[in-house]
Write a protein that binds this ligand. Structure first.
Ligand SMILES: NC(=O)c1ccc[n+]([C@@H]2O[C@H](COP(=O)([O-])OP(=O)(O)OC[C@H]3O[C@@H](n4cnc5c(N)ncnc54)[C@H](OP(=O)(O)O)[C@@H]3O)[C@@H](O)[C@H]2O)c1
Length: 401
């Protein structure tokens, strides 16, 4: 099967390469490797079978415990939470994904959002019924045995004075980000010390949490414990992680979760990669290259041809799949980029750890017109030449013809 899948992937890769640019072709050697089944041993050693469970995995020399869906089959989840009401507060990206997955898993979940806001309307459209399983925030918190705080991070801070007194002893408090409690000096969110406080952070948007669940897969998530008053906080977090739609779950701390998350999204996941695309594109344009050439050599080939290979088979595989000329140059230049960028990443980590990023986020996202201001910034991006060119290039993809 792997051979077949690899052959398909290779055919796709060749098609993409031809469509995008003829310049960088697959080397004969890489094609041979891709179709010869040489890599099938490594792939076959990690089959995706439903029977996996808790296991120790050696990640590059470091042993970690990983929890999987198989540890919490549906019947076990239903039994574990049979006396509970899961009060999910906030129905934005995560509220939508986690909430619908909990509901589809058959658990007793209710949603709490401010009445007549955008989320209230969205929740009704998704089948939540006012007075039955849709309430205002405070009412839902009162009813819940688990309070799943999925308000935006700025709103968690804003609403805390009203919510904290409602977090009585028998409840468990849940977050999907370490932001509020870790930076409590800025957010003023100081969880009560007499209740369990846990975290499950899906590594993706709420839309992905939902779509992967519907595909019968699951998103990767981390979990952490802030307070373990009952002695069962770890178990609760692992169970809830699976209940909201995680495929596998690894342990972290609230501090590590928030620092890695803020750092990652400002770096390689979003800000860093955007900055690198812009820098490369601008230099090409300044040197007389056409917009379509600059875009294809910067973004289209990356996202359509090479990055999917990194995701599926690893960086070495991607190198292996490119021409000898491309390989030589990339091998010579990656340390130069790494050395130039590392100080920027060090500054970014410091800015995350010392709370500067949190302060900036709270200040910006607490403004009444933050959505309009954000939209104005996104409009600027939308209107940049590179992304306007991208819109046209996408239309030329074979699947859009
Ligand atoms: N989005 C992601 O990809 C992602 C991934 C992992 C973890 N997380 C974490 O998950 C949590 C939820 O994030 P999210 O992205 O789902 O949030 P979001 O989409 O920004 O959701 C905002 C929710 O907060 C409500 N809200 C905003 N201001 C409010 C206020 N003043 N009073 C009451 N409600 C208010 C909104 O209700 P209205 O519609 O009424 O304004 C909406 O239901 C955060 O801790 C976030 O860091 C997010």
């Amino acid at each position: 099967m792997f051979r077949q899948a690899t052959k398909q992937a290779t055919r796709q890769l060749i098609a993409n390469s031809r469509a995008i640019t003829a310049k960088r072709a697959l080397s004969v050697a890489a094609r041979k490797t891709a179709t010869s089944g040489l890599r099938s041993t490594a792939f076959a050693a990690k089959p995706l079978v439903a029977t996996r469970g808790i296991k120790q995995i050696n990640f590059g020399g470091v042993e970690e415990t990983v929890y999987e869906r198989a540890d919490w089959p549906r019947e076990k989840l239903l039994n574990y939470f049979k006396d509970d009401t899961l009060a999910l507060i906030g129905y934005g990206s995560q509220g939508y994904g986690q909430g619908l997955n909990l509901r589809d898993n058959g658990l007793n979940v209710i949603v709490g959002v401010r009445k007549n806001g955008a989320s209230w309307k969205a929740a009704i459209e998704d089948g939540w019924v006012p007075g039955e399983n849709l309430f205002d925030v405070q009412e839902a918190v009162k009813k819940g045995t688990y309070v799943m705080n999925l308000l935006s991070d700025a709103a968690q801070s804003e609403t805390w004075p009203a919510l904290k007194p409602l977090l009585t002893k028998e409840k468990t408090l849940y977050f999907s980000h370490g932001f509020s409690p870790v930076f409590k000096d800025l957010t003023h969110v100081e969880p009560p010390t007499d209740i369990d406080v846990i975290l499950v952070a899906p590594k993706g948007s709420g839309r992905t949490v939902r779509s992967l669940f519907k595909e019968g897969r699951g998103i990767n998530s981390s979990y952490a414990v802030w307070n373990d008053v009952s002695g069962k906080a770890h178990e609760k977090a692992q169970a809830l992680a699976v209940a909201v739609g995680s495929g596998y779950v690894y342990q972290t701390t609230f501090e590590k979760e928030v620092n890695s998350d803020l750092y990652g999204e400002r770096g390689c996941l979003m800000g860093g990669i955007h900055g690198m695309f812009l820098a490369q594109y601008e230099v090409l344009r300044e040197n007389g290259h056409s917009p379509s050439e600059a875009f294809n050599e910067t973004v289209e080939e990356a996202t359509q041809s090479l990055y999917p290979l990194i995701g599926k088979y690893g960086m070495d595989y991607m190198y292996d799949a490119c021409s000898t000329t491309a390989r030589r140059g990339a091998l010579d230049w990656y340390p130069i980029f790494k050395n130039a960028l590392k100080p920027v990443f060090q500054d970014l980590y410091e800015s995350t750890k010392n709370g500067s990023e949190t302060k900036r986020s709270l200040e910006f996202n607490s403004q009444p017109d933050y959505r309009e201001k954000l939209e104005a910034e996104l409009e600027t991006i939308r209107n940049m030449e590179i992304w306007r060119v991208g819109k046209e290039v996408r239309k030329l993809r074979p699947e859009n013809n």
